[in-house]
Design a protein around this ligand. Structure first.
Ligand code: MLT
Length: 408
């Protein structure tokens, strides 16, 4: 009989969001008349901006015409999208990238997981706690952890708590790889320029590589919070950046993201020779990935046209309006809330010392509102709860109202 990858057995039985879905389904089956409001998984609800949809349609039509039909595209993405990103997404930040440094993909979730392919297993990896569960789970899947219930092998957890403003302190010992997520999922806090500078200095001094997940950069509203780690001097020598069209432009179902691997970021062979990671990532992608479909890339490029961005930004502002409704409504009800200013997530402290999952059950059964238990993002998330601002305004206002009435 074939043998499994036994590292999978070290994971919790189910991934966080399917587990929430299972509990909500059980509740709605038992209570079919309950009007459940879902503010759990951060899934967008507004339709694609019209300019983006038009570009999508036009590209599909091209594929139906023998004169404009296309088969395989470049694994790294079409130049028209890469050039758009260089000019419209990065140049305004003062960041200069080369074509060969940007890789288009089907989303940053996959890339933050797949990037582990090009690194040795014996690297020491630092991961925030709480944080997007994919970072930890994919490291466990490849074997970078001890046996279930035992020590955590090559993973160093960095607590992100109220005391440190939910931003990880530099580790005591040396680590080789660091995951940073800003604006952060789930705490909704963004890293200030000085905080990122500290990590870039650490990475350069320790020959470490930073994995910078900027999936929510478009939701930053305040000055002083970089949208790209490359706004920090030296980051183009130590950081890989992941970005996504999912939340920015409503592509959670369409699927498109990008990974930036600057040519100057390197890691070493066992013999100590530095190898550019760009070369390895290109090798990995050209072997294991056949690129994102042409219509999806056309739709993504349309996000950055003048009218496309105006429409996209209107959707972002709508979600951030929701975030304000949640934040203001719940804090005036006496809850301690974080986030929601530079990110579409509100991170609240559960009232009365309830555990995250007990608060989840209370909200579901008493208010018919779904959120995400903070402990699902790591042990330091215990006693916290995440509410997503991606719902529609009426449902969001109704959910806040129900919670406020229940807490009175
Ligand atoms: C979340 O709710 O944390 C996200 O939607 C998950 C994801 O982006 O994969």
């Amino acid at each position: 009989m074939a043998r499994i990858n036994e590292h999978y057995l070290k994971l919790k039985a189910g991934y966080l969001f399917p587990e929430i879905g299972r509990r909500v389904r059980a509740f709605t089956e038992a209570n079919p008349s309950a009007k459940v409001i879902r503010l759990g998984i951060g899934d967008v609800t507004l339709p694609l901006p019209p300019v983006v949809l038009d570009a999508f349609h036009a590209a599909v039509a091209e594929l139906g015409d023998g004169r404009t039909f296309r088969g395989y595209g470049p694994e790294q993405g079409y130049d028209f999208l890469i050039d758009t990103l260089i000019e419209k997404a990065y140049a305004p930040l003062g960041v200069r990238l080369k074509r060969a440094e940007i890789f288009i993909s089907d989303g940053s979730k996959c890339d933050t997981a797949n990037v582990l392919d090009i690194f040795a297993l014996d690297n020491r990896v630092a991961i925030g706690d709480p944080v997007y569960p994919v970072y930890n789970d994919t490291n466990v899947m490849i074997g970078r952890s001890g046996p279930a219930g035992g020590d955590r092998g090559g993973i160093v957890y960095m607590p992100c708590t109220e005391a440190n403003g939910f931003f990880p302190d530099l580790p005591e010992g040396r680590v080789d790889i660091v995951y940073l997520c800003s604006p952060n999922n789930p705490t909704g806090t963004a890293a200030a320029a000085a905080q990122l500078e500290g990590w870039v200095d650490y990475a350069l001094a320790n020959d470490a590589v930073i994995f910078y997940d900027a999936a929510y950069e478009a939701f930053i509203t305040e000055p002083g919070f970089p949208r790209s780690i490359y706004e920090v001097e030296g980051a183009n020598r130590c950081a890989i950046e992941f970005r996504s069209f999912s939340k920015t432009a409503g592509f959670t179902g369409v699927r498109c993201g990008l990974t930036v691997v600057p040519e100057n970021v390197a890691a070493k062979t066992p013999a100590g020779e530095a190898v550019p990671l760009n070369r390895l990532w290109n090798r990995r992608q050209t072997t294991k990935f056949n690129g994102v479909s042409y219509p999806v890339q056309k739709a993504a490029a349309a996000v950055y046209t003048d009218e496309g961005w105006r429409q996209t930004k209107a959707n972002i502002d709508y979600y951030m309006g929701n975030a304000k409704v949640i934040r203001d409504g719940l804090s005036s009800a006496g809850l301690t809330v974080y986030g929601g200013v530079n990110a579409p997530y509100i991170w609240l402290k559960t009232p009365g010392g309830l555990s995250s999952w007990d608060f989840f059950d209370k909200l579901l059964t008493e208010c018919h509102v779904v959120g995400t238990p903070g402990s699902g993002f790591g042990p330091s998330g215990e006693g916290f709860f995440r509410i997503s601002a991606f719902g529609n305004r009426d449902s969001v206002a109704e959910a806040v109202d129900r919670i406020r009435r229940r807490l009175k």
